[in-house]
Design a protein around this ligand. Sequence first.
Ligand SMILES: [Zn+2]
Length: 96
Amino acid sequence: MQNEVVFSIGDLEHLVLTCANCKTQIAFDVKEGLPAGVPSHRNSMPEQCPVCIGTFDSSVQRGVNTILKTFKDLLENKTANQVVFRMKAPENSKAA
Ligand SMILES: [Zn+2]
């Protein structure tokens, strides 16, 4: 059986987007569904990188907003008590 790591959506803290142009990272608070860092006053995915002013593709904006809304919906759901992700365990964590 393949080793796997299971983690709860409740343990997720941030979704981090890296600007392809200047490598600035923009962190979004998964629980709040909002950007966590600068510019924290925004309530959705910014259209431009706050540092280099490069415009994000509309598919990236749509994707981030969709993920944040989906995570928020799953975190606030009352009909399923736990949502988890299963992923392959890193090679170095496998038992010898
Ligand atoms: Zn940038």
